[in-house]
Design a protein around this ligand. Structure first.
Ligand code: MTE
Length: 297
């Protein structure tokens, strides 16, 4: 990954025409095969923002998604061939009850709610968005982790035919994979996401299922989750394997620990790239600091 600081907003003016000029909300949802579960999800007021919400068009137009491209403003244009349905999610490994869900069953059976979270990329850009989804802990508890389960590994999918970034960047260890310690995965903030701004999750933001861990740098928030495995030993993770000296396993947001190539003290908030001081644990210390002794990297 590399940091690139755009000079103002670089999106071509034509592509920011609000979607509602083309589609009514209901037609849009039905076209996406959307059942309405997300549309009625209540907002959980426990998670407050310290800044205004990022405009929807910006969150959907500036993405990190290496399966497609390293160019953030082109991801949305390259996701067209990807087929997010049918989709199966498996929970397996050190669990008493292995589970398998279609994405539709998962959405119907989980307690879907909306949460507004800050989101801080390791590259120092940030946003704040309303995710729709359910606590990861809810799903893990259903699977009943055994006493041997210490880590939770997440795996995406690798489909070269649908993903130009996978076709052309052969050196990465696809599919994208990430992991959390079990207590981190059980933390109330760890959230599995199926929607954004009251609509189905756009492909560029990780449809049909992604993780969000707002106290960690964004690369821990794996998109395209197809497998969740509980394991005894700490799993390898995509960026930690690719560039271990730059991307630690834990990667909690820490303004005092600079990235080897840039400071992490300040972030630039979409869409105007306003500069704002970065907070320890991205401002979520009250929820997560107790899990760490301070030396996790
Ligand atoms: N998940 C997959 N499968 N592939 C990726 O390249 N990029 C990560 C994360 N999850 C990535 C991924 C990074 S670096 C960030 S900052 C966030 O997704 C970006 O999420 P967003 O595009 O919804 O803002």
């Amino acid at each position: 990954m590399y940091i690139r600081i755009p000079k103002g907003w670089e999106l071509p003016a034509g592509s920011i025409t609000p979607e509602k000029h083309y589609w009514g909300r209901r037609e849009l949802l039905l076209a996406a095969g959307f059942s309405g579960v997300l549309a009625s999800a209540p907002r959980n007021e426990r998670y407050k923002l310290d800044r205004s919400l990022t405009p929807e068009w910006a969150a959907k137009s500036y993405n990190n998604f290496y399966e497609y491209t390293i160019e953030k403003n082109r991801v949305k244009d390259l996701v067209g061939d990807f087929q997010p349905r049918p989709w199966t999610v498996e929970i397996k490994g050190e669990v008493a009850k292995p589970l398998k869900f279609s994405i539709e069953d998962l959405e119907a059976q989980m307690p879907i709610e909306e949460r507004t979270y800050r989101h801080r990329c390791v590259e120092a850009w940030a946003m704040a968005v309303p995710w729709m989804g359910f606590p990861l802990a809810h799903l893990l508890k259903m699977a009943e982790p055994t006493s041997k389960a210490r880590w939770v590994r997440f795996e995406g999918v690798s489909r070269p035919k649908e993903m130009p970034g996978v076709r052309y960047s052969g050196t990465y260890d696809w599919p994208y994979h990430e992991a959390l310690r079990l207590d981190e995965a059980m933390n109330e903030l760890a959230f599995l996401v199926t929607g954004l701004y009251g609509k189905p999750l756009p492909k560029q933001n990780g449809a049909p299922l992604r993780l969000v861990t707002p106290w960690k740098y964004g690369f821990k928030s794996i998109k395209l989750i197809a497998k969740i495995e509980l394991v005894k030993d700490r799993p390898a993770t995509f960026w930690n394997t690719a560039v271990p000296e730059e991307y630690g396993f834990y990667s909690n947001v820490n303004p005092k620990r600079p990235h080897p190539r840039w400071s992490q003290a300040v972030e630039q908030v979409l869409p105007n790239m306003d500069r704002v001081a970065t907070l320890p644990y991205n401002g979520y210390g009250e929820f997560v600091a107790h899990m760490y002794k301070g030396n996790e990297i």
